[in-house]
Ligand binder design. Structure first.
Ligand code: ZN
Length: 78
């Protein structure tokens, strides 16, 4: 069944420094970071990180719940 609110994650790094909205890193992702969110049905938000951005502490990486290998994760928005 096609679910219009089910978004496979992009295999690209979605890290953006504070104040750089719209300027995500965009490098090929090597792993997936998982965060808590109120925006999805399962309370989880998945986003790709490249090797360099995965090393950054704070910023958009603050609140990291866990890291996963890049796979077929998807976000289920409400
Ligand atoms: Zn990156």
């Amino acid at each position: 069944m096609n679910d219009p609110k089910k978004f496979p994650i992009k295999p690209r790094c979605g890290f953006a420094y504070p104040g750089t909205y719209g300027h995500e890193c965009g490098a090929p992702a090597v792993e997936v970071f998982v965060f808590h969110t109120e925006l999805t049905r399962d309370g989880q938000f998945f986003t790709g990180r490249c090797e360099e951005c995965a090393k950054i502490r704070g910023g958009e990486n603050a609140g990291l719940v866990r890291r996963e290998p890049l796979g077929n994760q998807f976000n289920l928005f409400k």
